[in-house]
Design a protein around this ligand. Structure first.
Ligand SMILES: *Cc1c(COP(=O)(O)O)cnc(C)c1O
Length: 437
């Protein structure tokens, strides 16, 4: 297909293809991408965009990565996929062993699935089946944090922020869960137990019904891009232990280095009973997720009829995805990823600071390879997306958040393009000045 076919592609896309969170009749136009390499996307008309999104935070090594391509090719020549019921294979076994080595102790069991939302569903089912297994079948509720995001399937949605998670839209089918305010203390703030007062109040009042606490450690991603104190993780661990409640960390966004640690819970030095992973696990190349748990939970789940975790995706343990995930993890660990993420953090902190003085800006923050400019009013996507493209940058804000989560391999000059575009687009198109014609 040549560049003159771009209009046809766009027209057919508009006619037949449904995009995420998009209208089925009047969608905003989607930009056709011809190829991607390093940190650049090439559109059909030849435009090159520096990608500040890592394809929803997953492509940590950038695009068209030789090591990942090779892992995919080699595995495809052996076997792309076999069912995981009753069969197993080397890529899945090696991946699970590697995840157990890397994840916080004592998470020794791994359940593979196809997407983050499903990994969260599996975590919920593990927690519920565990309590049934140990004879406490009253424990069927979950406690989550306001401002959280855990995926788009119904179970995962039930623990998303009740407002931005649009619980009103599905009121009659979503299970009702408990919610607490996220901790008051930001990432750098000195921790005090009173910062978790609301969480403690809800947990203590309903511990006999609560199967598990579920939250995103340190960084709440798609629910608002807020960072909280690692002290909260330690406090949540303590309270969950004291009240007999399981602790689930959703590290689908934070896992594999995004916050400057391999897993965000390492900032706090505590681990969960159940851990969800996804997004960056395959370096953004294949769809794969994992739910990890302790031996104790595995035993509880498997002790009574039906003596099994009742979940089994058709494409569970897809060999191509497992092989790519292994290659991606080895590539990450062999790279100076810590230094790179630290460098990105320092650059985001210094270069985004100027945004704070803009009239439309409410807050500016950066942690690891995450840079956020929070606005006072929601962005107009019809205006900001083309504006970013004119600046040669791919960013996709949502609500009041203009943010970047660049690939870890992004060079300082390219990151400057991204932060420069964030400043210029916010200055020109977000806030009071932008309202004028
Ligand atoms: C993206 C995300 C999910 C959902 O993952 P999908 O692969 O989109 O289903 C769940 N939890 C968190 C924290 C996420 O960032």
């Amino acid at each position: 297909m040549t560049s003159d076919m771009a209009p046809l592609l766009s027209a057919l896309d508009r006619e037949h293809v449904w995009h995420p969170y998009a209208s089925g009749i009047e969608p905003l136009p989607a930009y056709p991408v011809r190829s991607a390499r390093g940190v650049r996307l090439t559109l059909f008309d030849g435009t090159e965009l520096v990608d500040g999104m890592s394809s929803w935070w997953a492509a940590i090594h950038g695009y068209n990565v030789p090591e990942l391509n090779e892992a995919l090719r080699a595995q495809a020549e052996r076997m792309a996929h076999v069912m995981f019921g009753g069969l197993t294979h080397q890529p899945a076994v090696e991946l699970c062993r590697r995840l157990v080595e890397l994840a916080p102790e004592p998470l020794h069991k791994v359940f593979l699935s196809d997407s983050g939302s499903v990994a969260v569903e599996v975590a919920i089912k593990m927690a519920l089946q565990y309590w049934q297994g140990v004879g406490k079948s009253r424990k069927v509720k979950l406690l989550a944090l306001r401002g959280g995001y855990h995926g788009d399937t119904l179970g995962a949605m039930s623990v998303c922020d009740p407002v931005t998670g649009m619980h009103a839209l599905f009121r009659d089918v979503l299970p009702l869960q408990y919610f607490a305010d996220p901790p008051v203390a930001g990432f750098e703030d000195t921790w005090d137990a009173s910062h978790a007062a609301d969480f403690e109040r809800v947990l203590t009042a309903h511990a006999d019904e609560i199967a598990a606490v579920v939250f995103e450690p340190v960084v709440q991603g798609a629910g608002g891009m807020r960072f909280h104190s690692p002290g909260f993780l330690r406090r949540a661990r303590e309270l969950c232990d004291r009240h007999g409640v399981l602790l689930v960390f959703d590290e689908i966004a934070t896992g594999f280095g995004r916050t400057g640690r391999l897993f965000a819970c390492e900032h706090a030095g505590v681990g969960p009973d159940i851990l969800c992973l996804g997004k960056a696990m395959t370096g953004g190349m294949m769809t794969l997720a994992a739910t990890m748990c302790t031996e104790e939970i595995a035993r509880g789940v498997s002790m009574r009829p039906p003596f099994a975790l009742m979940h089994g995706p058709t494409f569970m343990g897809n060999a191509l995805a497992c092989a790519v995930a292994l290659a991606s993890i080895e590539l990450l660990l062999a790279s100076p990823w810590r230094e790179r993420v630290e460098g990105i953090e320092a650059q985001l902190q210094s270069q985004l600071e100027v945004c704070r003085a803009l009239p439309g800006v409410a807050d500016v923050r950066a942690l690891g390879a995450i840079g956020v400019v929070e606005l006072k009013e929601p962005v107009d996507m019809r205006v900001v997306t083309p504006a970013f493209v004119r600046h040669g940058v791919w960013l996709r804000p949502f609500g009041k958040l203009v943010y970047t989560m660049p690939p870890f391999i992004m060079e300082p000059a390219d990151l400057s393009l991204v932060t420069g575009a964030m400043y210029a687009v916010v200055r020109d198109h977000c806030g009071p000045a932008a309202a004028k014609p």
